[in-house]
Design a protein around this ligand. Structure first.
Ligand SMILES: [Zn+2]
Length: 475
């Protein structure tokens, strides 16, 4: 918006993809009956002692490395104290003064500024709280502690984003990295990725940050841009009418598309952090960190660049094909099966993704079969149109593309004698057009090719038909 610059920083909570909780053996599976995945540790019963989940630590370190952070050889668990009904211990185990990792970055494509590198200030490990259910019983709040103790990382981004659209692009890129690396399923609807945003505005050109408000309760990717736009517009309207922005937490309400201040009673600013006495400092050996580094797959940005150089794709096409690891792997399998890289890219991006979109994201045509379809088109056996039908058949029922093409009568006739017969018939039936063509109206070639295709019921190889037509019309 003219006259004002928006400054946004995101704090993202991500559930690590582990089978058990952060400090006990309880399951983390989504959708279990309330309070069935609990034990003395995650219920906070007296005397129960936490034990860190090794798998969670591996995933957290991989996340930090994938985001270019410095992973510290020593970090410290801390108690974050606050009172809330869904927090039976009265504190959450988190990290505070000495987090697992700091000083990373994430490059993403901004819709306004091109490639932007946003800073990651810190990444730390913590456990989730339980869940208050306000809609299960009339007039009472129920508590489900299945989430209590689920392992999370919090990724704190710097104030480097300049618009709600940029915040969305950043978040989608972060999600892509976390999905690629298998760190999280990042399903916002299930609560495995949650985002809070610090938003402020300042006059364009100013260097000091304005007073920020925190926006919470953004529970779907679809709402990220909307919620931040509402908050930005609220702050600008406030400033333009001579008011001042108060530092406070705003809750987004997606039903009315508005933000409202959180009641001050719900706020708890003084967490009185102190080191967790039941857990020693977390010490990571260089070998452990190196192992996690080598366990990381190729990251999306690197894969995108490689697709451009190795397969001669445009950056846009490479971005589409690397958007998810599944699609990227599929595309490369098609190329490995012998398909021309650029033709394969077009098939995967159009027919492949359209079919997957209609069938639960499943890429139903096996890579070898798609490679064969691409080759049949390239070799002139199938027209592009016919190949699409074969693709549809293979997707729905499986089978060998060439056999299917033959069974459906789709194989193009590339036999010169046969095609020449059709050409003779067509030229004989259109004497006036032949005369006009010979008098220089060469654009009639398209008409003749069309007539040959019609006479052959679509089976003639159009390139061959044109060649034979040119020969006969020249004589
Ligand atoms: Zn437990």
């Amino acid at each position: 918006m003219s006259g004002w610059e928006t400054v946004i920083g995101l704090e993202t909570h991500v559930q690590l993809r582990t089978r058990s909780k952060m400090f006990c053996g309880c399951a983390t599976a989504f959708g279990a009956s309330p309070n069935t995945q609990v034990c003395p540790v995650c219920l906070g019963l007296p005397g129960a002692l936490p034990v860190p989940n090794g798998e969670a630590m591996k995933l957290a370190v991989r996340a930090a490395l994938a985001l270019g952070c410095t992973v510290h050889s020593k970090s410290v668990f801390a108690r974050k104290n606050y009172f809330y009904p869904d927090l039976p211990k009265g504190y959450q185990i988190s990290q505070h003064d000495e987090p697992l990792a700091t000083q990373g970055s994430l490059s993403f494509l901004s819709p306004e500024r091109g490639l932007v590198t946003a800073s990651i200030l810190r990444l730390h490990v913590e456990e989730d709280a339980g869940k208050s259910l306000h809609d299960r019983f009339p007039k009472v709040t129920a508590v489900d502690l299945n989430r209590s103790g689920v392992p999370l990382i919090e990724i704190v981004g710097g104030p480097d984003l300049r618009s709600p659209a940029e915040a969305r692009a950043y978040l989608l890129t972060l999600k892509q990295v976390l999905e690629y690396t298998g760190i999280s399923d990042c399903d916002m609807e299930k609560g495995s990725l949650r985002v809070d945003a610090n938003v402020s505005v300042r006059p364009t050109g100013a260097s000091e940050l304005g007073t920020r408000a925190e926006v919470k309760n953004i529970n779907s990717f679809a709402f990220v841009e909307k919620a931040l736009t509402v908050e930005r517009d609220r702050q600008i309207a406030l400033r333009e009418s001579g008011g001042t922005v108060v530092q406070q937490t705003m809750l987004y309400d997606s039903k009315d598309n508005m933000v409202r201040p959180q009641r001050s009673k719900e706020e708890s600013h003084d967490y009185r952090y102190f080191p967790e006495p039941d857990l020693p400092p977390l010490v990571l050996t260089p070998e452990f960190v190196a192992e996690q580094q080598s366990a990381l797959p190729e990251l999306p940005a690197g894969k995108r660049e490689r697709f451009v150089t190795q397969y001669g794709l445009t950056r846009d096409h490479a971005a589409v094909l690397t958007a998810s690891r599944g699609v990227a792997d599929y595309y490369e399998a098609v190329v490995r099966a012998g398909a021309d890289a650029r033709a394969a890219a077009n098939w995967v991006m159009t027919e492949g993704l359209a079919d997957a979109n209609d069938h639960g994201d499943e890429l139903r045509v096996p890579p070898a079969a798609l490679a064969q379809i691409v080759a049949l088109v390239k070799g002139g056996t199938l027209s592009h149109q016919a190949a699409k039908r074969v693709f549809g058949e293979v997707a729905a029922r499986g089978g060998d593309p060439r056999t299917i093409a033959e069974a459906l009568g789709l194989v193009q006739v590339a036999d010169t004698t046969v095609v020449a017969g059709w050409v003779t018939d067509v030229l004989g039936a259109h004497a006036p057009e032949v005369g006009r063509y010979k008098n220089g109206e060469t654009k009639l070639m398209a008409f003749f090719v069309g007539q040959v295709m019609r006479a052959s019921k679509g089976k003639a190889d159009p390139k061959l038909a044109q060649r034979v037509l040119e020969e006969k019309l020249a004589s």
